[in-house]
Each structure stands twice: as structure tokens, then as C-alpha cells.
Ligand binder design. Sequence first.
Ligand code: PXG
Length: 292
Amino acid sequence: MGLKIWLDGVLVDEADAKISVYDHGVLYGDGVFEGIRFYNGRVFRFEEHMKRLYLSAKAIVLDLKISEEELSQAVLDTIRANDLKDGYIRLVVTRGVGGLGLNPYLCEKPSIFIISSAIKLYPDEHYENGLKLITCATRRPTPASLSPQVKSLNYLSNVMAKIECIQAGALEGIMLNEQGYVAECTGDNLFIVKDGVVYTPPISDGALDGITRKVIFDLCEQEGIEIREKTMGRYDVFVADECFLTGTAAEVIPVVGLDSREIADGKPGPLSQLLVTKFRELANSTGTEIYA
Ligand code: PXG
């Protein structure tokens, strides 16, 4: 039996979960989404994800026509319908069905769907041994055209960057901003450690205001580790003591190399490993109860 998918208010079988070819999400990438995780029967940082979805929608003048509370209930209903305790939620809102033409005002109502399933982004060995990154030639799109804070259905530049990674035999890569400073990776935020201080690029350098990124700020505060935002170039990563990535899919994962340079001794650093452990503890013990 396949998964149950929530589609415009109804739980349907996976095989019946279909979107119109006239949907502007398909025709123009016109829409927004969230990737959310649940662990041990609890949705992790649920409210933050829902807030970000509604802010992304607001920024692109997309009225969901369903309240945050109702949609949150729908997410929980979808997980329950699939009897899952651990997994991944993809919550997608498109502009909806319209004509052949950009005009979003001809789309009557948004299409919303919720997929909940299992996910595993990187093989376990990489959490133990760390990832090697490349620098992608594809740059993070300029905020002058669309804010990088909008988690839109336009992920083509990230997909192009991902192709570069795969062709180079790497699992992830750094995307620089227009000025050539580090923004983030194709689907993760980037952090370095230097002289005991944790640094990450400010979101104004093109990074998504990641929810896992925020968890790192919370964990550093809790553990008494100094953390700061700093504009950084590739050089800062080459000479860092440690490096790690964060994201809903990747969680916290150590990085041990960039563009054929080893970072420090080429092994995951102690602070990165501590944060991997602390993240897992937090993720497995907090969040919105699904089966309460
Ligand atoms: N940067 C980008 C460009 C992202 O897309 C992150 C950073 C990390 O943000 P969060 O809030 O997740 O800590 C993301 C998140 C997927 C997938 O299926 C992608 C993301 C999240 C979940 C799933 O590829 N990207």
C-alpha cells in the first residue's frame, strides 16, 4: 500500500495525488514550500517552519486561504494517516491552476499538498568521517531579483550547483554570492570554527535563514560556545579549524575538505561532533506531539 497524501483538504492515495498541467507551480515554479522533520513522534521546530512558509507566501503575494492552525493540523493528520513516527514532510503551496500566461491573479486558489515519508540524505559514514565540498560555479541568486529568504519552488540554481557537485564526485558544494563571498550550500547552511569561535555567514550574504541554523545558535548559547555571524570567503573555510553544515534534511554534518584542501587535519572537529550529538538529543526529545 502506498502513502496517503494530503491534497487540497483530502487524504488521497499516492497514485491519485496529481497536479494539473495548468498549475502555475509547474508552469512557472510559482509557489513556496517547506521541508520539515519529525523524530520520535514529535515534529521538530514545527511552528518555525509554518511561520516561514506563511512569510514566504506573503512575500510573493500568495494567499493560502487556510489558517496556519488548520494547515498545521493537516500536517499532523497526514503523518497520523501514514502511521509514522520518524520522517520527513514536504509541504508545498503552488499558485494554483491558471491560464497559459504569467498572471497569477487568474489562478483562483492555491494548490496545497503534504507528503510525509522517510528521508535519509547522506550515508551514515559521512556523519562519522565528514563531507568533502567543492565550490560551485553557480552563484546564489541575487536578492535584487528575489530574496533568498523566500523558500520558493524555483530551485534551479541550486539544482545546477548540485549537478556540479555530483559531476565532481562531491555530495555538497558551497554557493558564493554575487560578490564572491560564501552564502551557503545547495540545501544547507555553512559554519566554520576558528580559535574556539563558531562563525556563519549573515543571512544578508545570501544564506537562507535556516531553522537548523537557528538551532545551532541556541545550542552554542546552551553550551557556552561563542558564535558570531561573519562575512567569509573561501579562504576562511580553507584555513578553518573545523567546518560543518546544517539543514533539515542533513541535520548537522561535519565537513573535512574543500576543493582538494583538507580542513585542519581532514577529520571532523570536536565542536562539530559535540553539536552533532547535541542536535540529535534535542531533535529526539522536543517538538510538537503527533499522537498526543
Ligand atoms: N539553504 C537552502 C538553500 C535550503 O534549501 C537550508 C539552507 C537549510 O534550512 P533549514 O531550515 O532546513 O535548516 C535549506 C533547506 C530537500 C530539502 O528535500 C531541502 C531543504 C530542507 C529539507 C529538504 O532537498 N533545504
